[in-house]
Design a protein around this ligand. Structure first.
Ligand code: SAH
Length: 217
């Protein structure tokens, strides 16, 4: 067994011990090669339960948080899901292994291009990308049964709540980056939105405004 393989098994077992009970989620983490999504300088840490830096001053979340958020979305193989903040593409690839279709929006053109190359390499044909402002969601493809935001805002973007279908789940870190953020699950019940606090987290900010063509953060 290779070093990576042993690390991977240890990580999956530790996730199970920490409440990741969905076999679909554990199976997706096992199948998606995280080493493909990390910066080469951190390759030896790809299967550690750690967030790692990626280009443009952003981070790929730690595997536990990726697994926890994915499980909180309650996906099936029929679900259409929207992700805001493609980053490395790792979370999107996990979603694409479970859900029917994944739509992901990123404001950094450079990050998006790198992620797209990885999706092609893994032949993830049920994944659709857009370079744009995640605050606006993806109206043409709404409604979504599940929406995941992988950057923190002080409130859930109104457009995303609007694009959530009946019974749909929106999982997002809520709070200012200077404070502790809470991972919150919002659920649409008719015109009402229910909220559940899940756990304390730390994410980079969900930036307001126009998408950057690339280059500096
Ligand atoms: N899900 C990613 C982690 C992303 S870090 C992964 O698995 O690697 C958060 C990402 O959100 C960054 O790439 C950042 O550029 C992006 N982001 C921040 N504000 C955004 C916005 N308004 N619209 C779209 N993407 C945004």
């Amino acid at each position: 067994m290779s070093y990576d393989e042993a690390r991977k098994i240890r990580l999956i077992m530790s996730l199970r011990g920490r409440g990741i009970t969905s076999s679909a989620v554990l199976g997706a983490l096992e199948r998606v090669p995280r080493e493909l999504f990390v910066d080469p300088a951190f390759l030896d840490q790809a299967w550690e339960d750690r967030a790692l830096p990626i280009a443009a001053g952003q981070t790929v979340s730690q595997p536990f948080i990726v697994a926890f958020m994915t499980q909180a979305l309650e996906l099936t193989d029929r679900t259409k899901v929207l992700e805001i903040g493609t980053g490395s593409g790792y979370q999107a690839a996990i979603l694409a292994r479970i859900a029917r279709r994944v739509y992901t929006v990123e404001r950094h053109a450079e990050l998006l291009q790198t992620a797209e190359r990885r999706f092609a390499q893994l032949k993830l044909h049920n994944l659709h990308t857009r370079h744009g402002d995640g605050w606006k969601g993806w109206a043409e493809q709404a409604p979504f049964e599940a929406i995941i935001v992988t950057a923190a805002a002080s409130e859930p973007p109104a457009a995303l709540l609007e694009q959530l279908g009946e019974g749909g789940r929106l999982v997002a870190p809520i709070g200012n980056t200077s404070e502790v953020q809470r991972l919150v699950r919002f659920r649409r019940r008719g015109d009402a939105i229910e909220q559940e606090k899940l756990l304390d987290v730390r994410f980079v900010p969900l930036v307001r405004g126009a998408a950057r063509p690339g280059g500096a953060p």
